[in-house]
Write a protein that binds this ligand. Structure first.
Ligand code: NAD
Length: 357
């Protein structure tokens, strides 16, 4: 296999975890005799500091030309108070739209051995395995009009969904459920929002084409509650951009850390692969971030963008074996005793297992 992967390290812990994923991709390429070219490009605060927009034209072009894109994270407190056009996050929103990756797959699984590390009782989370399918290029994050009134005293955003946008994300959810345990939970706020009433209507119509998949509807508030009272009941959860964003962070709490959650954004060209977490400025530059989310995102890249299922499985097994052997980055210790390994130490351990695989 020959492929080019555009790496966008970004801000904060982004560069640290992206390097971890890059190391893993290089080892897999060597072991499986693939010709992977990894190129690196600025995005977000890194681009802004160099005097460029948050998604520079050269980065945009490199991503469009690549077979897949792997991003670390964007977000830099220095740019938190400027207008949208000058914010790091705007670069990522533009890239998602540009690549037309409307379906964001966010698996959350409980790795064996980590059951004691989450905020719930171990019995509640043992074997937990859910897939959040988040709509990524529509809804409140993109709706127009948006902005402030002329006097600056009010601000507004628009939540808007058109039928085809809902239909295509619902299809992704039902197809995914067919490969899993056959349950789709659709999340909305249909008791209040018009967009949610359309969402529920269209998801129900699509569901009728999948008689082998069970469909349940949950209001987002009750879904947030159920995720902490009965998380094992979920299989595939499908939600709009805003609700999916919020619920997937909650899933991070269930499995022990945001630093464990990978994601794949697909549906357009190639695909965009990134950890669910942000740039974590509070721990950036100290080599203490958990690289697992980024490494698992690299596995999703191999599976979804390059069709390399076996290679993806080998990486996931190496992560599982490393965690089962007791290695923990600081976020996974959560006050428990034991020494934490660094970001590079955790990566070394995964790489070592890949070399032996
Ligand atoms: P965050 O995900 O960066 O951090 C939340 C908490 O989780 C922090 O305490 C952080 O230390 C911890 N954490 C996150 N990833 C971790 C990892 N790999 N290992 C160990 N601990 C980890 O969210 P935030 O603090 O709300 O946002 C920080 C910045 O990131 C903001 O500028 C925000 O806009 C941006 N952000 C970017 C993305 C993205 O690039 N996709 C996503 C979310 C937030």
């Amino acid at each position: 296999m020959r492929a080019t992967i555009a790496l966008l390290p970004g801000d904060g812990i982004g560069p640290e975890v992206t390097e971890a994923a890059a190391r893993v991709l290089e080892v897999v390429a060597r072991r499986f005799d693939h010709d992977l070219t990894l190129t690196r490009h600025p995005i977000g605060g890194t681009a802004l500091r160099a005097g460029d927009p948050p998604l520079p034209d050269a980065t945009r072009a490199a991503c469009a030309a690549a077979d897949a894109v792997l991003l670390g994270a964007v977000g830099d407190p220095e740019f938190d108070h400027g207008p949208s056009a000058g914010r790091p996050e705007t670069g990522l929103l533009q890239l998602r739209k540009e690549l037309a990756v409307f379906a964001n797959l966010r698996p959350a699984r409980m790795w064996p051995g980590l059951e004691d590390g989450g905020s719930l009782k171990p019995d509640r989370v043992r074997g937990l395995d859910m897939l959040i399918v988040r709509e990524l290029t529509g809804g409140l994050y993109y709706g127009e009009p948006r902005g402030r009134t002329d006097d600056g005293q009010a601000a507004f955003n628009t939540m808007r969904y058109a039928r085809p946008e809902i239909e295509r994300i619902a299809v992704v959810a039902f197809e995914s459920a067919r490969q899993r345990r056959g349950l789709v939970t659709s999340v909305d706020k249909a008791n209040v929002l018009d967009t949610s009433r359309l969402w529920r209507e269209v998801v129900t119509e699509v569901g009728a084409r999948y008689p082998d998949v069970r469909l349940e509807h949950q209001y987002v508030d009750s879904c947030a509650l159920l995720m902490v009272t009965d998380p094992q009941k979920f299989d595939v959860v499908v939600a709009g951009n805003l609700f999916g964003d919020i619920l997937s962070d909650e899933a991070g709490g269930l499995v022990g850390s945001l630093g464990l959650l990978p994601s794949a954004s697909v549906g357009g060209r190639g695909g965009l692969f990134e950890p669910v977490h942000g740039s974590a400025p509070d721990i950036a530059g100290r080599d203490i971030a958990n690289p697992v989310a980024a490494i698992a995102s690299a596995a999703m890249l191999l599976r979804h963008a390059l069709g390399a299922d076996e290679e993806a499985g080998v990486i996931e097994r190496a992560i599982g074996d490393t965690l089962a052997a007791g290695l923990r980055t600081a976020d996974l210790l959560a006050g428990a005793s034991g020494a934490a390994v660094s970001c590079s130490g955790m990566t070394d351990a995964v790489v070592e297992r890949l070399e032996q695989a």
